[in-house]
Design a protein around this ligand. Structure first.
Ligand code: NDP
Ligand code: 8X3
Length: 253
Protein backbone atom coordinates (compact mmCIF):
# COMPACT_ATOMS: atom_id res chain seq x y z
CA UNK A 1 0.00 0.00 0.00
CA UNK A 2 1.23 3.54 -0.86
CA UNK A 3 2.47 5.33 2.26
CA UNK A 4 3.21 9.04 2.61
CA UNK A 5 5.25 10.94 5.18
CA UNK A 6 5.38 14.73 5.43
CA UNK A 7 8.59 16.01 7.03
CA UNK A 8 9.01 19.67 7.99
CA UNK A 9 12.54 21.06 8.17
CA UNK A 10 14.02 18.48 5.79
CA UNK A 11 16.83 20.70 4.48
CA UNK A 12 19.29 19.58 7.17
CA UNK A 13 19.91 17.54 10.30
CA UNK A 14 17.22 15.28 11.73
CA UNK A 15 14.65 16.14 9.04
CA UNK A 16 17.01 15.31 6.18
CA UNK A 17 18.13 12.04 7.83
CA UNK A 18 14.48 11.13 8.44
CA UNK A 19 13.61 11.80 4.79
CA UNK A 20 16.32 9.33 3.80
CA UNK A 21 15.22 6.54 6.13
CA UNK A 22 11.51 6.90 5.28
CA UNK A 23 12.39 6.92 1.57
CA UNK A 24 14.63 3.87 1.98
CA UNK A 25 11.63 2.08 3.47
CA UNK A 26 9.40 2.93 0.51
CA UNK A 27 7.50 5.96 1.79
CA UNK A 28 6.64 8.71 -0.69
CA UNK A 29 7.57 12.07 0.77
CA UNK A 30 6.43 15.65 1.18
CA UNK A 31 9.53 17.53 2.31
CA UNK A 32 9.54 21.14 3.45
CA UNK A 33 11.88 23.96 4.44
CA UNK A 34 12.80 27.54 3.51
CA UNK A 35 16.05 26.84 1.63
CA UNK A 36 14.71 25.98 -1.81
CA UNK A 37 17.98 24.90 -3.42
CA UNK A 38 18.72 22.36 -0.69
CA UNK A 39 15.16 21.08 -0.77
CA UNK A 40 15.17 20.58 -4.56
CA UNK A 41 18.55 18.84 -4.39
CA UNK A 42 17.31 16.48 -1.67
CA UNK A 43 14.13 15.76 -3.64
CA UNK A 44 16.17 14.78 -6.72
CA UNK A 45 18.54 12.62 -4.66
CA UNK A 46 15.68 10.76 -2.94
CA UNK A 47 13.89 10.13 -6.24
CA UNK A 48 17.06 8.69 -7.82
CA UNK A 49 18.26 6.69 -4.81
CA UNK A 50 14.95 5.21 -3.70
CA UNK A 51 12.60 5.46 -6.73
CA UNK A 52 9.88 7.20 -4.72
CA UNK A 53 7.68 10.24 -5.40
CA UNK A 54 8.80 13.41 -3.65
CA UNK A 55 6.94 16.69 -3.36
CA UNK A 56 9.16 19.53 -2.14
CA UNK A 57 7.22 22.44 -0.63
CA UNK A 58 9.09 25.64 0.16
CA UNK A 59 7.52 27.63 2.98
CA UNK A 60 8.27 29.32 6.27
CA UNK A 61 6.33 27.61 9.06
CA UNK A 62 6.00 30.99 10.83
CA UNK A 63 3.87 32.38 8.01
CA UNK A 64 0.34 31.03 8.16
CA UNK A 65 -0.54 32.21 4.65
CA UNK A 66 2.50 30.39 3.23
CA UNK A 67 1.62 27.20 5.11
CA UNK A 68 -1.99 27.39 3.88
CA UNK A 69 -0.88 27.99 0.27
CA UNK A 70 1.48 24.99 0.45
CA UNK A 71 -1.21 22.66 1.81
CA UNK A 72 -3.65 23.86 -0.86
CA UNK A 73 -1.43 22.46 -3.63
CA UNK A 74 -1.82 18.91 -2.30
CA UNK A 75 -3.92 16.81 -4.66
CA UNK A 76 -6.06 13.92 -3.42
CA UNK A 77 -3.15 11.46 -3.64
CA UNK A 78 -0.78 13.65 -1.63
CA UNK A 79 -3.47 14.34 0.97
CA UNK A 80 -3.27 10.72 2.17
CA UNK A 81 -0.57 11.56 4.69
CA UNK A 82 0.24 8.67 7.04
CA UNK A 83 3.01 10.31 9.06
CA UNK A 84 3.50 14.00 9.85
CA UNK A 85 6.94 14.70 11.32
CA UNK A 86 6.80 18.13 12.98
CA UNK A 87 10.56 18.63 12.98
CA UNK A 88 11.21 22.23 11.83
CA UNK A 89 12.59 24.12 14.78
CA UNK A 90 15.50 26.07 16.14
CA UNK A 91 17.20 27.78 19.01
CA UNK A 92 18.68 31.25 18.63
CA UNK A 93 20.95 32.73 21.27
CA UNK A 94 21.98 31.44 24.70
CA UNK A 95 21.65 34.45 26.97
CA UNK A 96 20.36 35.00 30.49
CA UNK A 97 16.76 36.21 30.55
CA UNK A 98 17.74 39.81 31.34
CA UNK A 99 19.85 39.96 28.18
CA UNK A 100 17.76 37.90 25.73
CA UNK A 101 17.10 39.24 22.24
CA UNK A 102 13.48 40.16 21.53
CA UNK A 103 13.80 39.11 17.91
CA UNK A 104 15.41 35.77 18.88
CA UNK A 105 12.53 35.10 21.27
CA UNK A 106 9.93 35.92 18.61
CA UNK A 107 11.68 33.63 16.10
CA UNK A 108 11.83 30.68 18.50
CA UNK A 109 8.23 31.04 19.68
CA UNK A 110 6.90 31.61 16.15
CA UNK A 111 8.80 28.64 14.71
CA UNK A 112 8.77 26.01 17.45
CA UNK A 113 5.28 26.65 18.81
CA UNK A 114 3.15 28.58 16.32
CA UNK A 115 4.71 26.98 13.23
CA UNK A 116 4.16 23.50 14.62
CA UNK A 117 0.56 24.45 15.41
CA UNK A 118 -0.11 25.88 11.93
CA UNK A 119 1.12 22.72 10.19
CA UNK A 120 -0.73 20.45 12.61
CA UNK A 121 -3.98 22.41 12.29
CA UNK A 122 -3.90 22.12 8.50
CA UNK A 123 -2.75 18.50 8.19
CA UNK A 124 -4.56 16.81 11.09
CA UNK A 125 -8.07 17.23 9.53
CA UNK A 126 -6.86 15.12 6.59
CA UNK A 127 -5.93 12.38 9.06
CA UNK A 128 -9.21 12.79 10.95
CA UNK A 129 -11.10 12.31 7.67
CA UNK A 130 -9.27 9.02 7.05
CA UNK A 131 -9.40 7.95 10.73
CA UNK A 132 -5.73 7.14 10.46
CA UNK A 133 -2.36 8.83 10.87
CA UNK A 134 0.62 9.43 13.11
CA UNK A 135 1.92 12.82 14.22
CA UNK A 136 5.49 12.80 15.51
CA UNK A 137 6.64 15.98 17.26
CA UNK A 138 10.27 16.89 17.81
CA UNK A 139 10.49 17.92 21.44
CA UNK A 140 13.77 17.95 23.35
CA UNK A 141 15.35 17.28 26.71
CA UNK A 142 14.88 21.08 26.84
CA UNK A 143 11.14 20.37 26.99
CA UNK A 144 11.59 18.22 30.08
CA UNK A 145 14.19 20.27 31.95
CA UNK A 146 15.40 23.86 31.98
CA UNK A 147 19.08 24.81 31.81
CA UNK A 148 20.99 28.04 32.32
CA UNK A 149 20.38 30.57 29.53
CA UNK A 150 18.09 28.15 27.69
CA UNK A 151 15.02 30.04 28.99
CA UNK A 152 12.89 30.72 25.89
CA UNK A 153 14.09 27.73 23.86
CA UNK A 154 13.27 25.49 26.86
CA UNK A 155 9.87 27.19 27.17
CA UNK A 156 9.05 26.50 23.52
CA UNK A 157 9.98 22.83 23.89
CA UNK A 158 7.94 22.59 27.13
CA UNK A 159 5.07 23.93 25.01
CA UNK A 160 5.70 21.18 22.46
CA UNK A 161 5.63 18.65 25.31
CA UNK A 162 2.25 20.00 26.41
CA UNK A 163 0.86 20.19 22.88
CA UNK A 164 2.01 16.63 22.24
CA UNK A 165 -0.12 15.44 25.16
CA UNK A 166 -3.04 17.67 24.09
CA UNK A 167 -2.95 16.39 20.52
CA UNK A 168 -3.01 12.78 21.74
CA UNK A 169 -6.13 13.46 23.78
CA UNK A 170 -7.99 15.43 21.09
CA UNK A 171 -7.11 13.03 18.29
CA UNK A 172 -7.76 9.88 20.34
CA UNK A 173 -11.34 9.38 19.04
CA UNK A 174 -9.98 9.57 15.49
CA UNK A 175 -7.46 6.74 15.80
CA UNK A 176 -4.48 9.05 15.31
CA UNK A 177 -1.20 8.28 17.06
CA UNK A 178 0.81 11.13 18.58
CA UNK A 179 4.42 10.74 19.69
CA UNK A 180 7.09 13.09 21.03
CA UNK A 181 10.76 12.40 20.38
CA UNK A 182 12.90 14.24 22.93
CA UNK A 183 16.61 14.13 22.11
CA UNK A 184 19.61 15.35 24.07
CA UNK A 185 22.60 16.67 22.14
CA UNK A 186 22.52 15.80 18.43
CA UNK A 187 25.26 17.19 16.22
CA UNK A 188 23.46 18.93 13.34
CA UNK A 189 23.29 22.57 12.25
CA UNK A 190 21.37 23.25 15.48
CA UNK A 191 24.28 24.87 17.36
CA UNK A 192 25.47 26.79 14.29
CA UNK A 193 21.99 28.34 14.14
CA UNK A 194 21.93 28.89 17.93
CA UNK A 195 25.27 30.73 17.75
CA UNK A 196 24.28 32.66 14.62
CA UNK A 197 26.82 31.12 12.26
CA UNK A 198 29.76 30.85 14.70
CA UNK A 199 30.97 27.40 13.61
CA UNK A 200 33.82 27.20 16.14
CA UNK A 201 31.52 27.95 19.06
CA UNK A 202 29.07 25.39 17.72
CA UNK A 203 31.79 22.71 17.47
CA UNK A 204 32.72 23.26 21.14
CA UNK A 205 29.28 22.10 22.23
CA UNK A 206 30.14 18.57 21.08
CA UNK A 207 33.71 18.42 22.40
CA UNK A 208 34.76 15.75 24.92
CA UNK A 209 31.91 13.30 24.28
CA UNK A 210 30.18 11.47 21.46
CA UNK A 211 26.95 13.26 20.55
CA UNK A 212 23.97 11.64 18.88
CA UNK A 213 23.82 11.88 15.09
CA UNK A 214 20.85 12.92 13.00
CA UNK A 215 20.70 9.30 11.79
CA UNK A 216 20.39 8.02 15.38
CA UNK A 217 17.26 10.14 15.76
CA UNK A 218 15.91 9.33 12.31
CA UNK A 219 16.25 5.59 13.04
CA UNK A 220 14.31 6.11 16.28
CA UNK A 221 11.61 8.11 14.50
CA UNK A 222 11.25 5.40 11.87
CA UNK A 223 11.07 2.77 14.61
CA UNK A 224 8.15 4.49 16.36
CA UNK A 225 6.42 5.03 13.00
CA UNK A 226 6.70 1.35 12.08
CA UNK A 227 5.15 -0.20 15.19
CA UNK A 228 1.90 -2.18 14.74
CA UNK A 229 -1.37 -0.18 14.57
CA UNK A 230 -2.31 -0.98 18.19
CA UNK A 231 1.03 0.21 19.64
CA UNK A 232 1.99 3.84 20.24
CA UNK A 233 5.04 5.32 21.95
CA UNK A 234 3.73 8.45 23.63
CA UNK A 235 7.01 10.02 24.52
CA UNK A 236 10.59 8.94 23.99
CA UNK A 237 13.67 10.61 25.48
CA UNK A 238 16.94 9.71 23.79
CA UNK A 239 20.34 10.90 24.94
CA UNK A 240 24.02 10.41 24.17
CA UNK A 241 25.39 7.89 26.69
CA UNK A 242 27.65 10.67 27.99
CA UNK A 243 24.65 12.92 28.82
CA UNK A 244 22.49 11.98 31.82
CA UNK A 245 20.26 15.06 31.81
CA UNK A 246 20.20 18.59 30.44
CA UNK A 247 23.06 19.46 32.82
CA UNK A 248 24.94 16.27 33.82
CA UNK A 249 27.67 15.22 31.39
CA UNK A 250 30.55 12.77 31.33
CA UNK A 251 32.99 14.76 29.21
CA UNK A 252 36.73 14.22 28.81
CA UNK A 253 38.66 17.47 28.69
P1 NDP B 1 18.96 21.80 11.94
O1 NDP B 1 19.28 23.25 12.13
O2 NDP B 1 19.99 20.95 11.29
O3 NDP B 1 17.58 21.66 11.14
C1 NDP B 1 16.49 22.48 11.41
C2 NDP B 1 15.48 22.39 10.27
O4 NDP B 1 14.35 23.23 10.61
C3 NDP B 1 16.03 22.90 8.95
O5 NDP B 1 15.67 22.02 7.92
C4 NDP B 1 15.35 24.24 8.75
O6 NDP B 1 15.11 24.47 7.38
C5 NDP B 1 14.02 24.03 9.49
N1 NDP B 1 13.44 25.31 9.89
C6 NDP B 1 13.90 26.19 10.81
N2 NDP B 1 13.13 27.29 10.85
C7 NDP B 1 12.15 27.11 9.90
C8 NDP B 1 11.08 27.89 9.45
N3 NDP B 1 10.81 29.11 9.95
N4 NDP B 1 10.29 27.40 8.46
C9 NDP B 1 10.55 26.19 7.93
N5 NDP B 1 11.54 25.38 8.32
C10 NDP B 1 12.35 25.85 9.29
O7 NDP B 1 18.61 21.25 13.39
P2 NDP B 1 18.11 19.82 13.92
O8 NDP B 1 17.97 18.86 12.82
O9 NDP B 1 18.95 19.46 15.07
O10 NDP B 1 16.68 20.22 14.50
C11 NDP B 1 15.47 19.58 14.15
C12 NDP B 1 14.54 19.61 15.34
O11 NDP B 1 15.11 18.85 16.40
C13 NDP B 1 14.27 21.01 15.93
O12 NDP B 1 12.90 21.08 16.27
C14 NDP B 1 15.15 21.03 17.18
O13 NDP B 1 14.65 21.92 18.15
C15 NDP B 1 15.04 19.59 17.63
N6 NDP B 1 16.09 19.12 18.52
C16 NDP B 1 17.41 19.20 18.16
C17 NDP B 1 18.39 18.75 19.03
C18 NDP B 1 19.85 18.88 18.72
O14 NDP B 1 20.66 18.77 19.68
N7 NDP B 1 20.25 19.08 17.48
C19 NDP B 1 18.03 18.13 20.30
C20 NDP B 1 16.62 18.14 20.60
C21 NDP B 1 15.70 18.58 19.72
P3 NDP B 1 15.31 25.89 6.63
O15 NDP B 1 16.38 26.64 7.35
O16 NDP B 1 15.67 25.50 5.23
O17 NDP B 1 13.97 26.53 6.70
C1 8X3 C 1 18.44 20.70 21.78
C2 8X3 C 1 19.20 20.05 22.86
O1 8X3 C 1 20.21 20.39 25.18
O2 8X3 C 1 20.73 22.06 23.48
O3 8X3 C 1 17.08 20.70 22.00
O4 8X3 C 1 18.56 21.97 24.48
S1 8X3 C 1 19.68 21.17 24.04
Amino acid sequence: MRKIAMITGATSGIGEASANIFAKNGYHLIITGRREERLQKLAEQLKVDYKIDVLPLVFDVRKLEEVKAAVEVLNDDWKQIDVLLNNAGLSIGLEPIQQGGFEDWETMIDTNVKGLLYVTRLISPLMVQRKSGHIINLGSIAGKETYANGNVYCATKHAVDSLNKAMRIDLLPHNIKVTAINPGAVETEFSIVRFKGDVEKAKNVYKGFEPLTATDIADTIYYVASLPPHVNINDLTIMPTAQASAVYWNKVS
